[in-house]
Design a protein around this ligand. Structure first.
Ligand SMILES: [Zn+2]
Length: 254
């Protein structure tokens, strides 16, 4: 069954029509890097966008003179500025240790009741199955969010922690297998500004090259979608229904 057939069968709205989104990121800047321009489009259309940031970002510097606690505090402030630029409605930090020894079950246990309470029309996170992705916080977060989505609808799991709720669709950024492209030409500059609000990560000598790389890649993908004579940017996502998150090997090709 193709991606479109499944979406029609389940009557899933297109990505830009979801009224509420829960975006779970491993580190304080990942939602911006992966989906900042799409998040801005959603909030402009009146969607409720809630963030959960899993880790405190304390390992976001290779300079051993920087105190990890001080960096975590700085990144919390940068995160707020980025949230304001994108119009994010609500934002929570779970405070797991960046690059720490926490496991997926710890995170699943926290996420299941939050999903049942907030009942988002879509959940967004990083794609844990992208080849060569080597940061454990990214695998653990992407997999734990996906597991929490299938557990949230099963009232036997974490019984008593909220009414069961089925998340209709899950949106992955940073995916090697994208199936959905969002025209973000209007909000591309805001995405870059929101990324740069994470000054400890991006306001440095490498920014010009990085922003140029991201823009060229988003422009190349735009041309692939809309024609070689047009100029604009897209963000690419893997979107799956929650049905495709268990015993569904076709999901990779959907
Ligand atoms: Zn990250």
């Amino acid at each position: 069954m193709t991606f479109d057939m499944i979406r029609q069968l389940l009557r899933l709205p297109s990505l830009l029509e979801v009224p509420s989104l829960l975006a779970v990121e491993p580190h304080p800047d990942d939602n911006e890097v992966g989906a900042g321009a799409t998040i801005k489009l959603l909030t402009e259309r009146g969607a409720t966008v809630r963030y959960i940031t899993v880790t405190d970002g304390r390992a976001g510097s290779e300079d051993t003179h920087v105190r990890p606690e001080a960096l975590a505090a700085m990144r919390a402030e940068e995160r707020q500025r980025a949230n304001q630029l994108l119009g994010v409605t609500a934002s929570d930090q779970l405070g797991f240790e960046d690059a720490g020894a926490w496991n997926e079950d710890d995170l699943i246990r926290v996420l299941v009741p939050l999903i049942r309470q907030w009942r988002p029309a879509a959940v967004m996170t990083v794609d844990a199955w992208t080849p060569y992705e080597s940061h454990p916080d990214h695998w653990k977060t992407g997999r734990a969010v996906s597991a929490a989505v299938i557990y949230a609808k099963n009232g036997v799991v974490q019984r008593g922690e909220g009414e069961p709720y089925e998340v209709p669709q899950v949106i992955y950024y940073g995916s090697a297998y994208p199936n959905t492209y969002v025209d973000v030409s209007e909000t591309w500059a805001v995405k870059l500004a929101a990324m740069k609000a994470h000054a400890s990560q991006f306001d440095n000598a490498g920014w010009d090259l990085l922003s140029q790389f991201l823009t060229e890649e988003a422009t190349r993908l735009y041309r692939e979608q809309y024609g070689a004579d047009r100029v604009g940017q897209v963000e690419a996502f893997k979107v799956l229904s929650s049905l495709q998150l268990h015993f569904f090997p076709q999901a990779m090709r959907s």
